[in-house]
Design a protein around this ligand. Structure first.
Ligand code: NDP
Length: 287
C-alpha cells in the first residue's frame, strides 16, 4: 500500500495558527514578540530562507528586524551587533543565518547570543540543556521533525528509531529528542557499516545527510514513518535524501521534499520566538 504523505505545510499552518493566537494575546498585553535576524553576504539560499522567516513573522504578528550586512562585515562588528541585540528589550530572539562568508566564525557568533534569546537552539548552553533533559530552546528542524512524527499518531515510546546523520544542528538533537520520547535510537553516519540493513530496523527513519536520494525503498522497513530532511538542488527541482518514488511503495508515512520538514522548521522558529518573549516577561525588565 502506498505511504501516506505527511503534509508539512498543513501541519505548519496549524502550528502557526496557535502561535498567531498567542502573539495576539501577548501583543494586547504590551509584549509583541520580536525576532532579530542577522544576514551577512549574498548567499542566494540564505536570502530565500531569511525572506521565508520574515514572511512567517509577518503572518503571525511577530515583529522581525533583518540586519542585512555586506560580506566584508568583520567578526568584531557582528559581535558588537549581537551585544546590542542581547541588551535590547524589544528583541526576544536572535538568529545568525548560516552559512557565513569565509573568514567569519559562526560558532563564536552563536556563542555570543544570550542563551535565553537563542531561538535557533544552537548555543552550547541550550545543547547541554537538551542533553540533560532541562528546559531550553530546541533547534527548530529537530523540533519540527518530532512534531511531524507525532502527527502520524505513532507511539514513539519503545519504537526502533534510526537517524541517519549526526550533525550538531539536525542529527544529534533529533536523536536526543527521540530518546527523550523513549524510542530506542540508532544514529548512523558516514562510517556506518551496512547502512541499508541498519535503516531497515527503523520503525521511525529520519534521514539528514544531504545526498540526493541516498535512501532507497528497499532500505525501508515496511510501514515505517520516514522523515526526509535533505534538501538537494537538482537541475530541475529539489530532491530529498530519500528516493521518493520507491520509498512511498514501502513506508507507512513519508514526508515530501519540498513541503515536509522545511515549513515545520520555520513554524518552530515562530514557536521558539514566542517562548523567548514569555521567558523575558517572566524574568522581567525585558518585555
Ligand atoms: P551535515 O553535512 O552537517 O551532516 C551530514 C551528516 O550526514 C553527517 O553526520 C555525515 O556523517 C552524514 N553522512 C554523509 N554522507 C553519508 C553517507 N553516505 N551515509 C551515511 N551518513 C552520511 O548536514 P546537516 O545535518 O546540516 O543537513 C543534512 C541535510 O538536511 C542537508 O541536505 C540540509 O540541506 C538539510 N537540512 C534541511 C533543513 C530543513 O529545514 N528542511 C534544515 C537543516 C538541514 P559524518 O558525521 O560521518 O561526516
Amino acid at each position: 500500500m502506498a505511504a501516506k504523505i505527511i503534509d508539512g505545510k498543513a501541519l505548519a499552518e496549524q502550528v502557526r495558527a496557535r502561535v498567531r493566537a498567542e502573539v495576539q494575546e501577548l501583543t494586547a498585553a504590551g509584549l509583541q514578540p520580536g525576532l532579530a535576524v542577522i544576514l551577512v553576504g549574498e548567499d542566494p539560499a540564505s536570502q530565500v530562507y531569511v525572506r521565508n522567516k520574515e514572511r512567517a513573522c509577518a503572518d503571525v504578528g511577530i515583529r522581525s528586524l533583518v540586519h542585512r550586512l555586506p560580506a566584508a562585515t568583520s567578526q568584531e562588528e557582528l559581535l558588537a551587533l549581537i551585544d546590542r541585540l542581547n541588551a535590547d528589550p524589544a528583541v526576544h530572539g536572535i538568529l545568525v543565518q548560516v552559512p557565513l562568508p569565509p573568514g567569519l566564525r559562526a560558532d563564536e557568533l552563536q556563542r555570543a547570543v544570550d542563551p535565553d534569546k537563542d531561538v535557533d537552539g544552537f548555543h552550547p548552553v541550550n545543547a547541554g540543556r537538551l542533553l540533560l533533559g532541562q528546559p531550553g530552546f530546541v533547534p527548530c528542524t529537530p523540533a519540527g521533525i518530532l512534531e511531524l512524527v507525532k502527527s502520524t499518531g505513532t507511539e514513539i515510546a519503545g519504537c526502533e528509531a534510526v537517524v541517519v546523520g549526526r550533525s550538531a544542528t539536525v542529527g544529534k538533537p533529533t536523536a536526543t529528542l527521540l530518546l527523550a520520547e523513549n524510542a530506542t535510537v540508532t544514529v548512523c553516519h558516514s562510517k556506518t557499516r551496512n547502512l541499508p540493513d541498519v535503516c531497515r530496523r527503523g520503525e521511525i527513519l529520519v534521514v539528514a545527510v544531504g545526498r540526493r536520494e541516498l535512501v532507497k525503498g528497499d532500505w525501508i522497513r515496511p510501514g515505517a514513518v520516514v522523515i526526509d530532511v535533505g534538501i538537494n538542488r537538482g537541475e530541475d527541482k529539489l530532491y530529498g535524501d530519500v528516493e521518493f518514488a520507491s520509498a512511498r511503495e514501502v513506508a507507512g508515512f513519508l514526508t515530501p521534499v519540498p513541503g515536509g520538514v522545511g515549513p515545520m522548521t520555520v513554524a518552530m522558529l515562530m514557536v521558539n520566538t514566542v517562548k523567548a518573549a514569555r521567558l523575558a516577561a517572566i524574568q522581567g525588565g525585558r518585555g
